[in-house]
Design a binder for this molecule. Structure first.
Ligand SMILES: O=C(O)CCC(=O)C(=O)O
Length: 364
């Protein structure tokens, strides 16, 4: 289909969202300008003037947790969680060849013809645990995000083998399996630092829901007016993110209440073999606000398609999330009300990305 045939907003929306052609299909159709639906209001654009450098000295070698530097590394991790809410890790236990394969299979999935991907669209997908789509919640957004995605929720190995797309299921499953120990180790350090000793079953409960996504950001004619992903924080406990070498991920620094003119963003530089870790809203809630879920966003790129592969680790839907009683007793006040993770998640997916407003749902 030629770009010029999108003569109104609904024909573009049908083509991209409903028929499952995605932004990839739009670009492949020969679109050389940014359609109106993708033009962000000025305060959502990623203005390079607000970029205050890139993340340095925030890459931790996790193999050091098993040696004499344990305390020092653990302290640096908790400091990162209390400030930026973002850090990177190396020697994390996920094989480096797997990281390379994940990037390859992500490209493989998205470069297939649209009809192969559209079988996983919401409503027709063979399982509610697998979803292919574009943007975040297109029906609710004033401006769409320049991104297609595949989301796979882990329930058990056999469902993954039966329902996840064959192009990437083995790698995605292996990624979950090889990263979970590291995630639990980080949670043990972070929760332990709050004066609470989580036992194994509590740790398992906090990562009971695992969603692995593959994000595909096609080249964009104008990165100055679009976003790959808008400003948001993640809803779960800890996100593990593999990004390729292109870059474009930014995290908001410092004062969360800074005005739009004064806010500063830091680039998360791609590091070969590293994984990015970020704190999600659930960990901010459990810690009664001590750990900061990181507000982040992604700039589009005009030179090459970018891929990233996050695993969102979160509690099972039935688990109640609220500030840990030990922390509330010490702080003398609970800053968030208790809800089930399902309630939190439903609220999260009911709205478009808007910074850390997701936390308003439980803030007291
Ligand atoms: O692509 C990235 O670097 C980040 C992706 C992200 O923030 C998300 O999927 O929620």
């Amino acid at each position: 289909m030629a770009a010029s045939s999108f003569n109104d907003e609904s024909s573009l929306f049908n083509f991209v969202v409903k028929q499952g052609n995605g932004v990839k299909g739009l670009v492949d159709s020969g679109q050389t300008t940014v359609p109106g639906q993708y033009i962000q209001p000025p305060h959502h654009r990623i203005n390079k003037e607000h970029v205050a450098g890139s993340l340095e000295n925030m890459t931790f070698d996790l193999s050091e947790l098993d040696g004499p530097n344990h305390e020092q590394v653990a302290k640096a991790i908790t400091h990162a969680a209390e400030t930026l809410g973002f850090f990177q890790v190396v020697n994390h236990g996920v094989p480096l060849e797997l990281l390379e394969s994940l990037k390859v299979v992500a490209h493989k999935f998205f470069t297939q013809p649209a009809e192969k991907k559209a079988v996983y669209l919401k409503g027709v997908s063979p399982s509610p645990m697998v979803k292919y789509g574009t943007s975040f919640v297109p029906e609710k957004e004033k401006a769409l995000e320049w991104k297609d995605y595949l989301s796979m929720t882990y329930t058990n190995d056999s469902d993954a083998f039966n329902f996840w797309p064959s192009e990437c299921k083995e790698e995605a499953l292996e990624y979950i399996k090889t990263s979970t120990e590291m995630v639990k180790k980080l949670l043990q350090i972070l929760i332990g630092n709050l004066g609470v000793k989580p036992n194994d079953s509590r740790l398992d409960e906090l990562v009971g829901l695992k969603m692995v996504n593959m994000n595909f950001y096609p080249t964009c004619p104008d990165p100055n007016v679009t976003v790959g992903v808008g400003r948001h924080s993640d809803m779960g406990t800890l996100t593990v993110l593999l990004q390729d070498g292109i870059g474009g991920l930014y995290v908001k620094k410092g004062d969360q209440n800074a005005s739009l003119e004064d806010e500063e963003w830091i680039g998360i530089p791609p590091i070969d073999g590293a994984l990015v870790i970020n704190i999600g809203d659930t960990l901010q809630i459990l810690s009664n606000g001590r750990y900061k879920s990181a507000e982040h966003r992604v700039r589009t790129t005009s030179s090459q398609s970018r891929v990233s592969v996050p695993i969102f680790n979160a509690p099972l839907p039935v688990v109640k999330i609220g500030p840990l009683p030990e922390v509330v007793a010490r702080d003398g006040v609970a800053r968030y009300r208790e809800v089930t993770f399902e309630e939190y998640m439903n609220n999260f997916f009911a709205k478009s990305h808007d910074g850390k407003k997701s936390l308003d749902f439980v803030s007291l």
